[in-house]
Design a protein around this ligand. Structure first.
Ligand code: MRU
Length: 316
């Protein structure tokens, strides 16, 4: 049993991939056991597991399951890769397990490495923050988006442990509310002060001088430094630049994609209209209204103050 208030997001348990079912948070902390590649694919597509580094581990464990169950590996890998297109970590995890002699051992290595790299990122990132910092976060880039600890929220956790007393603005992050449901859940469990804001409130908080920095994760960083992350990130970056607020992107090396030259070349996932039209099981728009649901946007590199990776801080 881990003493961590947040259990591992994803674990390999002797041929079973055990996930926290993130669709059920914050109401219920329940686990989902996947025994086949199809079950892992469904878990990824339905957001039971989500967040770039967690998807890397899920992809690798999916390949390990295929080896166990005797499924053809290449076909399984292709199905896993195609579940979500934007986070490069998914294909990275799948490909690493596929190239390994022992996909299971490789998946376990990826999972253990993830937590260790996140802790390093946390320390590097915390070194940028003053005491009493009031960071604004978007989406969930915490332990739930990884195997453990978190990227952008891992920086907050490291700052908290270092006694810097962070007080976090949590953007609710429509349409799927990863900020309200997941980031707030993590911060509550960790005992870190935080306040939830409607996404549209970020501008006025910045104008009032109440946001000291923006801390976000990333789903893919192109060769020129452009950053794909949860839709709404780009708007926050523009606001941050306008108000002179530092905008930090916290991501492991596995999120950097040297094959993609710039943000325009990053595939942006389109998800179902219902995620926008329906909240908590209730339709919030008229029956004949349709919706557009681009899950991610691209922040141009010029709006990024610094990238925080496991290797340190890279200022632009
Ligand atoms: O659609 P999601 O919930 O998978 O999107 C996740 C994000 O955009 C996160 O901010 C990103 O993966 C960085 S997580 C460490």
């Amino acid at each position: 049993m881990s003493a961590d208030p947040i259990p591992p997001t994803i674990e390999w348990r002797d041929g079973v991939v055990r996930l926290i079912d993130q669709r059920r948070l914050p109401g219920d902390l329940v686990f989902l056991d996947c025994r086949t590649v199809d079950e892992v694919c469904d878990a990824i597509a339905s957001l039971a597991v989500r967040g770039a580094p967690a998807l890397g581990a899920a992809g690798a464990m999916g390949v390990a399951l295929a080896r166990r169950t005797g499924e053809p590996l290449e076909a399984a890998a292709a199905r896993l890769r195609s579940t979500r297109p934007t986070a490069v970590n998914l294909a990275w995890g799948v490909d690493r397990a596929l190239a390994a002699d022992d996909p299971e051992a490789e998946a376990l290595r990826i999972a253990a490495d993830d937590v260790e790299r996140n802790r390093r990122m946390g320390k590097h990132g915390a070194s940028l923050l003053p005491e009493g910092v009031r960071p604004l976060t978007h989406c969930n880039a915490g332990a739930l988006a990884c195997v453990g600890w978190g990227t952008a929220l891992g920086v907050v956790r490291a700052a908290h442990e270092a006694g810097l007393k962070p007080d976090v603005w949590v953007g609710e992050t429509r349409p799927v509310l990863q900020g309200a449901r997941l980031t707030a859940w993590e911060l509550s469990r960790l005992g870190i002060p935080h306040r939830l804001i409607a996404d549209g409130a970020a501008a006025s908080l910045m104008a009032a001088g109440e946001v000291d920095c923006v801390l976000v994760g990333a789903d893919r960083i192109a060769a020129n430094g452009d950053v794909a992350n949860k839709v709404g990130t780009y708007g926050l970056a523009v606001l941050a630049r306008h108000h002179g607020v530092p905008f930090y992107v916290v991501a492991p090396r596995s999120t950097f994609d040297a094959e993609v030259p710039d943000g325009a070349s990053i595939p942006i996932e389109r998800r179902g209209a219902d995620e926008v039209l329906v909240i908590g099981g209730h339709r919030v728009a008229p029956d004949r209204t349709d919706a557009e649901n681009r899950a991610f946007d691209v922040t141009p590199a010029e709006l990024v103050t610094a990238y925080v990776t496991e290797d340190g801080v890279e200022r632009r």
